[in-house]
Design a binder for this molecule. Sequence first.
Ligand SMILES: [Zn+2]
Ligand SMILES: [Zn+2]
Length: 122
Amino acid sequence: MDSLPFETARPTAYEWTEKAYDLLLDGKLVVGSVMANGVRIIAAQGQCPRCDDDVAFVMETHAPLPATSRSLGASAEVADEYEAIEVTCRCAGSHPGRPEQAAQRGCGIAFRVDVLREAAAL
Ligand SMILES: [Zn+2]
Ligand SMILES: [Zn+2]
């Protein structure tokens, strides 16, 4: 959805995490991780909870992420298998008001999702 203003007031509002959870359940948003050359790549694609564009999020990490917080819907039994990561919208839509210093993508929000701790091997 183009022309939705870039979010600056509440970039990490909890409602994005709640909406992302519904999108995950509906299969409209997919998050996963793979190992490639010793680097763990976490990727999210599908509908952004705010702007409806493809979030097109990719993150590389060398170390396991700290399991400090848990996102919506994770129960104690699955807490060991899943970890919460913060996904930033990296859509290619145009959102007026995007700050110059920000990466030239995204609508300005971030949300938390659960991803399997065990990365699939490529
Ligand atoms: Zn967008
Ligand atoms: Zn977005």
